[in-house]
Design a protein around this ligand. Structure first.
Ligand code: PRT
Ligand code: ZN
Length: 286
């Protein structure tokens, strides 16, 4: 039987959907059984192992999985010897210290002698040491944000995304200690076969990532305007220009960035472009 690359993903929670979507977009179609712990893929030598996110760094470090998709915060916290090979751009958040809104925060020294509730004692401890602050770390799993309100702690150190949980609990963010996003981690020693599968997987992921935020644009233009229009279109190389059946007109194709989209469209119209079509791009391979 052919060797398979085993990928650990979160079984359920915030990372699950993004992780599976990324694999799907990379052409890895999983076969889901009922209550299966492992899903093989239909057409690619990988299998997916479902775990709690907290267990992913260790599972990859010990080699029970070869690769994992996990929040960077868990990698930072667990300090397992895994290597981050790709930043995946979803589940972005930050790890911050927050204090009750009425506190007059003066800087890191405010935390001296205080009690801080968190599920991330390792990262917090590093920050306290770096800032030479002695504080008491109170480890709790879940509902960290309610601790100051019920008198369990003076402050919290937790994940913040929109910030609304802090507001609801009358807390304010005072220090951003780390930022995080979903990352792909790998075990240090993979067999040659597994390494080759991983290389192919990374190649596919990069093709998908490259296409994100990019649009394919087609437009018609009179031949004497093509130079001006081409100057507006950055594209991958120079735009593709093809003659139309109608004499003196061409069709121009290129790739544009979604961020510059409306500005580019405006300039193209001004330069004489007509019949502009914009199409999503699934993958980009150079
Ligand atoms: O069961 P398992 O252990 O696998 O899951 P879990 O409950 O530990 O993790 P889960 O699914 O909640 O989160 C998985 C990962 O998503 C985290 O490790 C982060 O990398 C990332 N992530 C991104 C977040 C958030 N955004 C987030 N907002 N994880 C948690 N939150 C929570 C946070 O703890 C706080 O309670 O949401 C609240 C804050 O959100 P805002 O938007 O109100 O600021
Ligand atoms: Zn967890």
């Amino acid at each position: 039987m052919q060797e398979k690359l085993r990928i650990a993903v979160q079984a359920k929670g915030r990372l699950n959907e993004g992780s599976l979507k990324l694999l799907e977009e990379s052409g890895i179609h999983l076969i889901f059984g009922s209550r299966n712990l492992v899903s093989p893929a239909k057409n690619f030598p990988v299998e997916v192992l479902y775990l709690r996110d907290d267990d992913i760094p260790q599972t990859v470090a010990y080699g029970a999985a070869d690769v994992g998709i996990v929040g960077e915060n868990e990698v930072l916290e667990k300090k397992e010897p895994v290597e981050i090979i790709k930043r995946l751009g979803f589940s972005r958040c930050r790890l911050s210290l927050a204090v009750p809104q009425q506190v007059d925060y003066t800087g890191p020294k405010w935390f001296e002698g205080k009690k801080i509730a968190t599920s991330y004692p390792g990262i917090l401890n590093d920050w306290l040491e770096k800032n030479q602050v002695n504080a008491e770390i109170h480890v709790i799993n879940g509902s960290v944000e309610i601790s100051p309100g019920i008198g369990l702690a003076d402050a919290i150190f937790d994940i913040v995304s929109s910030g609304s949980t802090l507001v609801t609990n009358r807390l304010k963010e005072v220090e951003v200690v780390a930022t995080s996003e979903a990352v792909m981690v790998r075990n240090h020693s993979l067999s040659t076969t597994k390494q080759a599968i991983l290389d192919e997987l990374i190649f596919r992921l990069e093709s998908v990532q490259r296409a994100e935020g990019k649009k394919y644009i087609l437009l018609n233009a009179p031949n004497d305007k093509i130079a001006e229009i081409s100057a507006v279109l950055p594209g991958m190389k120079s735009p593709t220009v093809m003659p139309l059946a109608e004499e003196g007109w061409s069709s121009v194709h290129s790739v544009i960035d979604e961020n510059d989209f409306w500005e580019v469209i405006g300039r193209l119209k001004k330069a004489g472009a007509e019949g502009i079509l914009v199409i999503p791009i699934e993958k980009m391979i150079f």
